[in-house]
Design a protein around this ligand. Structure first.
Ligand SMILES: Cc1cc2nc3c(=O)[nH]c(=O)nc-3n(C[C@H](O)[C@H](O)[C@H](O)COP(=O)(O)OP(=O)(O)OC[C@H]3O[C@@H](n4cnc5c(N)ncnc54)[C@H](O)[C@@H]3O)c2cc1C
Length: 492
């Protein structure tokens, strides 16, 4: 353990008693129960920037987990839940910890249940075009296995190498090809989960059903608060035989919005659509003459059967040209393609900057004004606040606005206040403009306040469901806007 860690850990040693450790070891095996401080420290945060800021300043985001368990089967997950209920111990389902909103941050020394050993493809059904996979499987390994068999999941998040299939579903995530294949909720056909009451929920994969509200969708986006997803069946696609990219320069964001709206409303389905604001375009188009009087960058990728993809490309180009776009060199596309799974934040964070990303959803009616209002609000908070945005999940009725905010190195107290203010204003503008406060990162811990505002009476329904299934508030308590666990003093 390094110096920083020992400073942080000083005085925070609440762990499990030897009896409880032995109880869990009897379920998962002694080697799959971790209780050492270094391990507990490694699981005290996910990739939430706020947690990182706290660690940089030598404090924990909240608490240390009291132990880490690694079950191998759904039966072991069930036994863990039963044992935890008997002993009134709180648990957190853990995928790979790539969440960016604190969904796995322990608030009261919860026990982490790391699901990565549930990592097998159970069945690939090439007739139906479906795959059944255990929830802890690594995203990239999953996609590579499908590709070896001529398929793709069509779900390719930037974090594919550092996340699990179960985490995608628990967070209601989106991949970079969402404009063609949809978000993860469009792909889940069935699932199995161990509920907080210890019972197993099985939603059989079928193509459609009309048997009441969708039970499956209670688990999609549930962020661990309604139990452990152990297995899922997803719709998959044949790997495209052909693809072709197009880079365009637009005069303004508004002409880009209008063109892309027309493209998707014309039922064209590019695999990738990415429109960047001025700041983000500049970083990617330096020294490219095409962008001198048309500074807004747009990247499109078409794929599938060659004949079809070619027609889609021609039709989309005609639409974009009618909005005064010109075709530019492929360099920005090649750069994006070669770095699409990289994380940009690491360098800034290690240089002491306060960087974060916020993704919201807006409809076409509101997006132009929403962008300007959010950009101006960020700039008004601090003259050196960096603000950049792009739109890379585009739908017939609107799009996801993905924003990066960044403050220069400064005293932590001041920075955290400004960071909080930026979130507050951006999320509130989103609500005022009828958007959704989250498109694919979920709610976790950090978004609690705004999720409550957005869900409104729906939050009340969710709390009733949670209380019914988990009366002692033991499974990932205090997340997704739900009631905090007794003893938690976490606050922003
Ligand atoms: C650099 C970077 C890029 C990212 N890019 C994207 C992106 O393109 N698209 C996107 O959607 N997200 C993205 N994310 C966010 C994150 O990767 C996703 O939310 C991802 O789905 C989380 O998966 P995980 O397995 O790491 O889950 P974790 O972080 O371990 O958990 C997240 C939440 O899900 C719950 N959970 C996890 N597994 C289960 C399970 N099996 N059953 C029940 N609950 C469970 C946890 O309790 C927690 O509340 C990015 C993150 C980073 C750091």
């Amino acid at each position: 353990m390094n110096m920083t860690n020992s400073k942080i850990l000083n005085g925070t040693t609440v762990g499990l008693s030897p009896e409880l450790i032995a109880g869990f070891a009897a379920i998962v095996g002694v080697d799959n129960v971790l209780t050492g401080n270094a391990d507990r420290f490694a699981y005290c945060r996910d990739r939430m920037p706020y947690g990182l800021f706290k660690l940089r300043a030598n404090s924990l985001p909240a608490t240390l987990p009291s132990a880490i368990l690694s079950p191998e089967t759904a039966e072991e997950v069930k036994a863990i839940v039963d044992y935890a209920r008997q002993n009134k111990l709180a648990l957190i389902p853990f995928g790979a910890g790539s969440g960016v909103l604190g969904g796995t941050v322990p608030l009261i020394n919860e026990i982490m249940v790391d699901l990565k050993r549930l990592n097998r493809i159970v069945n690939l059904n090439t007739t139906d075009g479906t795959v059944t996979v255990q929830a802890g499987m690594n995203g990239l390994q999953f996609e590579q296995e499908l590709e070896r068999n001529g398929f793709t999941a069509g779900h390719l998040p930037q974090s594919i190498a550092m996340s699990t299939v179960g985490g995608w579903i628990a967070c209601r995530g989106a991949g970079q090809s969402s404009s063609r294949y949809g978000k993860i909720e469009d792909m889940v056909l069935g699932l199995k989960a161990i509920l907080p009451n210890g019972r197993e929920l099985v939603v059989r994969p079928v193509s459609r059903r009309a048997v009441g509200p969708s039970i499956k969708d209670l688990l999609v986006g549930s962020e661990g608060v309604l139990g452990f997803i152990t297995e899922v069946t997803l719709r998959i696609w044949r790997k495209p035989e052909y693809s072709s990219a197009l880079v365009l320069a637009f005069k303004s964001i508004d002409s880009g919005f209008n063109a892309l709206r027309e493209v998707v409303q014309s039922e064209l389905r590019p695999e990738v659509i990415r429109l960047y604001d001025l700041n983000e375009s500049k970083q990617r188009t330096e020294n490219m003459a095409e962008f001198s009087d048309r500074p807004i960058l747009c990247i499109l990728k078409f794929s599938g059967k060659k004949e079809l993809a070619t027609v889609e490309r021609d039709l989309a180009l005609a639409i974009c040209s009618s909005h005064d776009a010109v075709v530019a060199g492929l360099e920005p596309y090649d750069h994006w393609e070669s770095t699409r799974y990289h994380s940009y934040s690491t360098k800034w964070q290690s240089d002491g900057y306060y960087m974060d990303t916020i993704e919201v959803t807006g409809t076409w009616t509101h997006l132009p004004a929403m962008y300007l209002a959010m950009r101006d609000a960020a700039h008004a908070i601090h003259p050196e606040m960096h603000f950049g945005a792009h739109w890379s999940h585009v739908y017939p009725e609107g799009a996801c606005q993905y924003m990066t905010i960044r403050l220069p190195p400064m005293p932590e107290k001041e920075a955290l206040q400004l960071h909080r203010q930026a979130w507050e204003q951006i999320e509130n503008i989103c609500l005022e403009m009828q958007g959704s406060v989250a498109h694919h990162h979920g709610a976790g811990l950090f978004r609690n306040a705004w999720v409550r505002k957005e869900l409104n009476e729906g939050m009340h329904m969710l709390q009733i469901l949670k209380d019914g299934l988990d009366p002692d508030n033991l499974i990932n308590p205090g997340k997704l806007g739900l009631r905090s666990p007794v003893g938690s003093n976490w606050q922003l």
